[in-house]
Design a protein around this ligand. Structure first.
Ligand code: NAD
Length: 335
């Protein structure tokens, strides 16, 4: 079976595919024009974030059985087009939860403790900056979580347990069962209350039509002037132009951003010149441990489909009901 990798994946996952005698093709680069001729023969595709799988690519993928995302987001796959062609789409939910939560927490600490400013000052001979009392404690402060799914909940737990923080969250879609489970340590609130009462706001919602620009000028104007906004979800959830304005005018104290409206960030993005931000290149989930977990899980999903087993986290389960997959006829129809 042929497995296409638009971008390289970890050796642990390659070993799994090798063990099952898969033929692995790694694209020289993840540009659509490079991937297009390679996708024709692929039975499985393991997808990181460097390429969007568009209807054009799916159209060319005549033998493709499964698109397996290494991460949780599916915004770089046209799931509808894949479904129409009977291609199973899987994502990797939960594997990166702890890594992203740790990343956000470190951004909160770096910004509160003003580590970049202090480090820079020491290197430039300004030891006297210590008398300005720039750092702030996070203990006892309020964190507002926009989205209380896997990552939001994990971060909330850490903030509560390790830093005695008050945890409030806005998530109108949260199941009643989950609300009941957590009600002793998190208070679910409306968006306006979350924005206006939090010292830290961390965003953990998927990018959808409903969440695009969910944090815009009006929402930023509700935040406290010493509050910090962290976005490690997707760039489009925050209106970047409005955020830059709020940061430049010190309407809010700072921001930690792992995701951007345009990635890679262009050299003239005003964010690059701001002192009250910390920027990382979409690396919240890219710890050594996490990428190995993500790649092996993604490879396992591909191998499950090849073997006629239902993989975990199918994003388009209706496809499993279609003629191609019913009664596990996968091999006969696709090879
Ligand atoms: P999840 O599905 O477990 O949780 C998402 C939560 O958002 C759900 O509880 C849902 O009810 C809530 N939600 C949906 N729409 C909402 C809205 N309009 N308002 C408020 N809440 C809403 O997902 P997760 O694993 O916690 O991940 C969250 C997001 O983080 C992912 O969708 C992904 O885009 C992003 N992510 C980024 C990285 C990174 O490297 N920076 C890594 C992993 C995930």
């Amino acid at each position: 079976m042929n497995v296409l990798l638009p971008q390289a994946i970890e050796p642990e996952a390659i070993a799994l595919l090798d063990r099952e005698n898969c033929t692995i093709t790694t694209a020289p680069d993840p540009k659509p024009e490079t991937v297009l001729p390679l996708i024709k023969d692929a039975h499985g595709l393991i997808l990181r974030t460097g390429i969007t799988i568009t209807p054009d690519l799916i159209e060319a993928a005549d033998r493709l059985m499964v698109i397996s995302r290494t991460g949780g987001g599916l915004d770089n796959v046209d799931v509808a087009a894949a479904s129409e062609k009977g291609i199973i789409v899987t994502s990797n939910l939960g594997v990166n939860t702890v890594s992203v939560a740790e990343h956000v927490l470190s951004m909160m600490l770096i910004l509160s403790k003003r580590l970049s400013t202090l480090d820079h000052a020491v290197r430039n001979g300004n030891f006297a900056i210590r008398y300005q009392n720039l750092p702030r404690d996070i203990n006892g402060k309020t964190i507002g979580l926009m989205g209380f799914g896997r990552i939001g909940c994990e971060l909330g737990k850490i903030c509560r347990q390790a830093f005695d923080m008050q945890v409030i969250a806005y998530d109108p879609y949260l199941a009643a069962e989950k609300k009941n489970e957590c009600h002793s340590w998190v208070r679910m609130v409306e968006l306006k209350e979350m924005l206006s009462k939090s010292d830290f706001i961390s965003i953990h919602v998927p990018l959808t039509d409903q969440t695009r620009d969910l944090v815009d000028e009006a929402e930023l104007s509700l935040m406290k002037s010493d509050a910090i906004l962290i976005n490690a979800s997707r760039g489009g959830v925050v209106n970047e132009t409005a955020l830059i304005k709020a940061l430049e005018s010190k309407k809010i104290a700072g921001a930690g951003l792992d995701v951007f409206s345009e990635e890679p960030v262009s050299g003239d993005n005003p964010l690059l010149k701001l002192e009250n931000v910390i920027l990382t290149p979409h690396t919240a989930a890219l710890t050594r441990e996490c990428v190995a977990r993500m790649a092996t899980e993604a490879a396992t999903c591909v191998l499950d489909v090849f073997a006629g087993r239902e993989p975990r986290n199918v994003a388009n389960p209706k496809v499993l009901e279609s003629g191609r997959w019913k009664h596990n006829r996968a091999f006969e129809s696709a090879v």
